[in-house]
Design a protein around this ligand. Structure first.
Ligand code: GTP
Ligand code: MG
Length: 174
């Protein structure tokens, strides 16, 4: 039989938005409160059925910290798609999404499929914090960039697989 098609996806976004937690939930179905900030880059393989076809996804987990930015950027060039996270309890991480999209688009000639992801929705639901980023604002931003949009909780595991499937479908069509 044909080998499963393989695509490279990159996790990007500010430090602390939950990229490594997202990947840990996706691959091992685990969550840790005390995860270490990523140094450089990590990588995991995930096989998934995408529209009925077994598909291999290489998922690169980049470091959000400023001092690792050039490493993160070098992975966009080899990527088929990007999972771009912000933290719904951090206005700053949301404002920085624009800069991330610019960097992603600057690093490739073709338009890379991007899924903008508002993570940590479990915290927004808990508190009545008015500074939390609203779904509508996330949707609007994604629309402005022609990007996909999802909201997730790596802690509760909600929408993680759906977000990856959403992007994988777009990547296959691209
Ligand atoms: P860098 O590696 O520094 O770029 O950060 P990161 O984006 O990989 O963030 P990481 O996954 O390390 O998560 C940062 C912190 O947020 C950790 O303490 C996680 O436990 C927590 N966290 C991640 N996702 C969620 C979530 O969905 N809900 C809640 N409540 N906490 C989360
Ligand atoms: Mg990390």
């Amino acid at each position: 039989s044909e080998p499963a098609p393989m695509y490279r996806l990159v996790l990007a976004g500010d430090s602390g938005t939950g990229k490594s937690s997202f990947l840990l939930r996706l691959t091992l179905n685990e969550f840790r409160e005390d995860l270490q900030s990523t140094l450089g880059v990590d990588f995991q393989l995930k096989k998934m059925l995408v529209d009925g076809e077994m598909t291999s996804l290489q998922i690169w987990d980049t470091a959000g910290q400023e001092r690792f930015r050039s490493i993160a950027r070098s992975y966009f060039r080899k990527a088929h798609g990007v999972l771009l996270l912000y933290d719904v309890t951090s206005e700053r991480s949301f404002l920085n999404v624009r800069a991330w999209v610019d960097q992603i688009q600057d690093s490739t000639d073709e338009k890379l499929p991007i899924c903008i992801i508002g993570n940590k929705v479990d915290l927004r639901e808990q508190c009545e914090n008015p500074s939390c980023v609203r779904s509508l604002d996330g949707e609007k931003l994604a629309k402005a960039y022609g990007a996909l949009f999802c909201e997730t909780s790596a802690k509760e595991g909600s929408n993680i697989v759906e977000a990856v499937l959403h992007l994988a479908r777009e990547v296959k069509l691209n």
